[in-house]
Design a protein around this ligand. Structure first.
Ligand code: SF4
Ligand code: SF4
Length: 456
């Protein structure tokens, strides 16, 4: 059965088909930002010169919205200094010289006995499973992902914006969606994970996520044409539903729009989440990580991500956390053509970077390389009122008007015109013939409004 989409949005060119992720050898030097999630920054628990083992806690925080940073290699802490994280923000970062020995900090890295029987997981206490997930330092595999134990925990207090929506304040979760659709194709880590699917890990991971979320219904959201016989058989056995969607119709695989397409429930905007309408959405990569953590009883020290765009061999990799993106681009055959841009994330919603030593973190979905000839040059040309952006905006805004308000620093008026409903999908900038830097205007406008409100 297909997932509903609408006439808005855009059709993106079909990128390279990804095979199973290729393992990348651990690099000589690892860079680990002390914040690899949306939430509190961890405090460093090691000092320069200290020897560390695999799985050792390098940074942690008492705040609930934080995920511990664990060492993915054994070696020596070289330095703790500020480096750019995947969103381009300076974050304290631990630099480790890898000794190549892969010695675990605790015997065999085990922190708890393995949990590998789906029947046992299906009956396990949710708090027990959540503790495992927190100890493993798992983060939802998405740009600015929440720590997974936070993402899966029901809200502690009703969120104020829900009072105005007429939605019951805490709606019980009844549906779990496992999203094998990628947010920003052609960067497709979930598609690669699907190509090399480990059904045992998927079975266990989805069973654990179902148990924790309390959902009665599980839906696999898959790219059209990527449904294998084994997966269909497992889905039938476990009574999971399968829904498909084209990977090229952007941005309908973003979580809120996906929930609308699958369940018909509209997530309240601008600050709503699928949980507010009784749905939990987790990426396929995350479900597999949960399964792997439970089976191995070891923490998560790797990330599946894709390298796409102007590289010789676009492909997916599985690499130790903290591996510089330069190593991944080299392994993908290197950049093709004159150097243009390196974007962490995808071409529509990612962040351009100036430093190829930026590491792969728990949030990284991929890297998109653009040769100079493909870089879209923005200009502050005036809007020609062609209306294309209005026709394409998937959340029914009037981007032309918003961009003009932000351009001329009328930020409060932009906020009143629903600036904060913009999901920064980049569709309006993609279609704009005047090449206006729409998303830049919106991000700047939002940050100005928030800064002014903080001052008041
Ligand atoms: S970036 Fe914002 S305004 Fe532009 S199309 Fe996407 S949601 Fe609409
Ligand atoms: S697409 Fe660009 S030029 Fe056309 S109305 Fe929108 S902002 Fe103006």
């Amino acid at each position: 059965m297909s997932i509903a989409t609408w006439f808005k949005g855009v059709r993106l060119p079909r990128g390279a088909a990804f095979g199973p992720p290729t393992p990348l050898p651990p690099p000589q030097r690892i860079y680990l930002p002390l914040r690899q999630h949306r939430g509190a920054v961890c405090q460093a628990k090691v000092e320069p010169g200290q020897q560390v083992g695999m799985g050792q806690v390098l940074g942690s925080s008492d705040e609930f919205d934080s995920a511990a940073v664990l060492s993915p290699v054994s070696g020596t802490v070289e330095a703790i200094r500020n480096c750019a994280d995947p969103a381009g923000q300076p974050v304290p970062t631990i630099v480790i010289a890898n000794d190549g020995q892969d010695i675990w900090a605790s015997p065999e890295g085990e922190v708890r006995p393995p949990l590998s029987d789906p029947a046992e997981v299906a009956k396990a206490r949710p708090t027990r499973l959540l503790r495992r997930i927190r100890e493993a330092g798992l983060v939802r595999a998405a740009s600015q992902g929440l720590p997974l134990h936070v993402d899966l925990s029901p809200p502690m207090a009703p969120r104020s914006y829900l009072f105005m929506t007429g939605i019951p304040v805490v709606r019980p979760t009844d549906t779990l969606v496992i999203r094998a659709l990628d947010h920003d194709p052609p960067v497709c880590p979930n598609q690669a994970a699907l190509a090399g699917l480990n059904l045992t890990e998927l079975d266990l991971g989805v069973t654990a996520l179902k148990r924790i979320s309390g959902a009665a219904r599980v839906i696999l959201a898959l790219p059209a044409g990527a449904v294998s016989g084994e997966l269909t058989a497992l889905a039938r056995l476990r009574e999971w539903e399968i829904r498909t969607q084209s990977q090229t119709h952007f941005p309908y695989c973003l979580d809120n729009l996906l929930v609308l397409g699958i369940t018909g429930r509209e997530v309240p905007t601008p600050y709503g989440e699928p949980r507010d309408v009784g749905v939990v959405v987790e990426p396929l990569v995350t479900a597999l990580e949960v399964g792997r953590v439970l089976i191995s009883a070891k923490p998560n020290l790797e990330r599946v991500f894709a390298v796409a765009g102007d590289v010789a061999k676009p492909q997916a990799f599985v690499a130790r956390l903290g591996t510089p993106i330069a190593e991944a681009i080299k392994a993908a055959g290197g950049a093709v053509g004159e150097a243009g841009k390196i974007i962490v994330g995808g071409p529509m919603m990612g962040f351009a970077h100036f430093d190829a030593q930026t590491p792969i973190t728990k949030e990284t979905e991929g890297v998109f390389v653009q040769a100079a000839e493909h870089v879209r040059r923005y200009d502050d040309h005036p809007c020609i009122h062609c209306g294309r952006c209005v026709a394409c905006c998937p959340v029914n805004l009037v981007p032309a008007e918003l961009s003009k308000l932000c351009e001329f620093q009328r930020f409060e008026e932009a906020a009143e015109a629903d600036l904060f409903h913009c999901i920064e999908c980049g569709v309006c900038a993609y279609v704009c013939p005047a090449r206006r830097p729409m998303v830049h205007y919106f991000r700047h406008g939002k940050s100005e409004v928030l800064a002014r409100r903080m001052e008041q």
